[in-house]
Design a protein around this ligand. Structure first.
Ligand code: LLP
Length: 421
């Protein structure tokens, strides 16, 4: 459930009517609902109640400071994958001891930054990374808590571009081969081996793959303890899917019950890195129709949002539900339309072959489930400025990222001497 609902036929974000918001901030814009963010976080936390748990919101899904702060206020820590994300979570007020640093390609300079500013844990993904981290920690007379990410070779059953738990993927160290990496880590200065980490993919719509992977991770913890390691943390990653209007993923409470069953008696702190589950349905992309272009086969609805604002349909053939801001617009006879942006690529399709009643030019449309992996994956392709992000809370709204100006768009380009006048 989210807080984007029709009131008297007009779509609202909580208590804010979207036509007024579009008037105030212009289109396109992303709109986030505070109440929905809070609701999703609480549902996830409640599903795990009774366990010794830390929840580290995967900031890559939506790194807007207002989103991170809203979740930090609920008690969330942060799962980050770059120095930029560390800087963002600091700016949003996340304490260093609530930050987990994941990712396959941390540079030495990023490691040093994390050590200097403080971090709860590094999730290490390879032996070369482990050696680099030991060097960087040693050079600072520091010691750092780590988990090693294992690759369980489990098919997550999700889109191949967001599946991470097969042995042919770049992520983690295959288990049981990783036992020798744990043994090596135990000998390295500056490294405290604390945990096992796992993350098999994103937008999982079945519990089975999670369960298979978690059983392997639990066995790994037991085996590693037998090997003499003091493993007291198990990071089970993120990945629980959300309804995009097609498949119905498992509920957080079913996921929580499965986690409780699989980890029973393990006596380990459990860590989670949910991203999409928390933010996806807490955000929408609001766009205005520029033209309606009939053709022999189908009608193209050309909007002012494009693939550079929401790349998921182009990149993963992802489905995002499209609804009109004025409910009355959905009552006409349905026709098959493609909703497309102005970008000069055939792949610039936000929604393909939708049977909807054809909107009119200037109508406002909403792409739902755009709180995760939308604004963060936006680009300025076709020299289109990054669009505004707005957060609402009750009747209040605030622009939480300004629409990029054309001046800002041009400001980082410079001409070499030989081309200057
Ligand atoms: N932890 C790790 C180590 C991850 O790599 C990810 C996501 C997460 C947690 C959070 O996963 P979530 O709970 O959001 O599924 N751009 C793609 C999704 C990429 C996911 C990358 N890793 C999309 O738009 O579907």
């Amino acid at each position: 459930m989210d807080h984007f609902t029709y009131k008297n036929g007009v779509l609202h974000a909580e208590d804010v009517p979207l036509p007024a918001l579009a008037e105030a901030v212009g289109t396109p814009f992303y709109c986030y609902s505070t109440a929905t963010l809070q609701r999703h976080y609480r549902i996830f936390a409640e599903a795990l109640a009774g366990l010794d748990v830390g929840i580290y919101y995967a900031v890559k899904a939506n790194d807007n400071l207002a989103v991170i702060r809203t979740l930090a206020n609920e008690g969330a820590g942060a799962d980050v994958v770059s120095e930029g994300e560390i800087r963002k979570v600091h700016a949003a007020g996340v304490a260093p001891d609530k930050i987990v640093f994941s990712g396959v390609g941390k540079t030495r300079s990023e490691m040093a930054f994390a050590l200097e500013t403080g971090i709860l844990q590094f999730n290490v993904e390879s032996e070369p990374e482990l050696e680099a981290l030991s060097d960087v920690a040693q050079a600072r007379n520091a010691s750092v808590d780590i988990a090693i990410r294992i690759n369980p070779d489990v098919d997550a059953g999700t889109h191949h571009k967001i599946s991470t738990g097969r042995k042919e993927n770049k992520f983690g160290i295959p288990w049981p081969e990783a036992r020798s990496t744990f043994a090596k880590a135990a000998t390295l200065p500056g490294i405290n081996v604390r945990g096992v980490a796992i993350h098999i993919g994103s937008q999982l719509t079945q519990l089975g793959p999670f369960e298979r992977a978690f059983e392997i991770a639990v066995d790994a913890v037991r085996q590693l303890r037998n090997d003499g390691h003091q493993i007291d943390r198990l990071d089970l990653g993120g990945g629980l899917g959300v309804p995009y209007g097609v498949a119905d993923p498992p509920s957080p409470s079913d996921y929580g019950d499965m986690v409780k069953r699989v980890t029973a008696g393990l006596d380990c702190r459990l860590m989670f890195e949910p991203g999409r589950l928390i933010v996806a349905n807490a955000g929408i992309l609001v766009t205005r129709v520029i033209y309606v272009k009939p053709s022999a086969d189908k009608t193209f609805v050309i909007t002012d949002a494009a693939m550079n604002d929401l790349i998921r349909p182009t990149l993963y053939s992802a489905y995002h539900e499209v609804i009109p801001v004025l409910q009355a617009r959905s009552t006409g006879t349905p026709r098959t339309v493609d909703i497309v942006g102005p970008v000069c690529e055939t792949g610039d399709i936000l929604a393909e072959n939708r049977d909807i009643s054809v909107p009119l030019a200037d109508d406002l449309l909403v792409l739902r489930t755009a709180g995760a992996y939308a604004a963060v994956m936006a680009s300025t392709y076709n020299a289109r400025p990054l669009v505004a992000e707005v957060m609402v809370r009750g009747t209040a709204h605030a622009v939480v990222r300004e629409r990029q100006t054309y001046e800002a768009l041009l400001s980082t380009n410079t001409l070499p001497d030989w081309l200057s006048p």
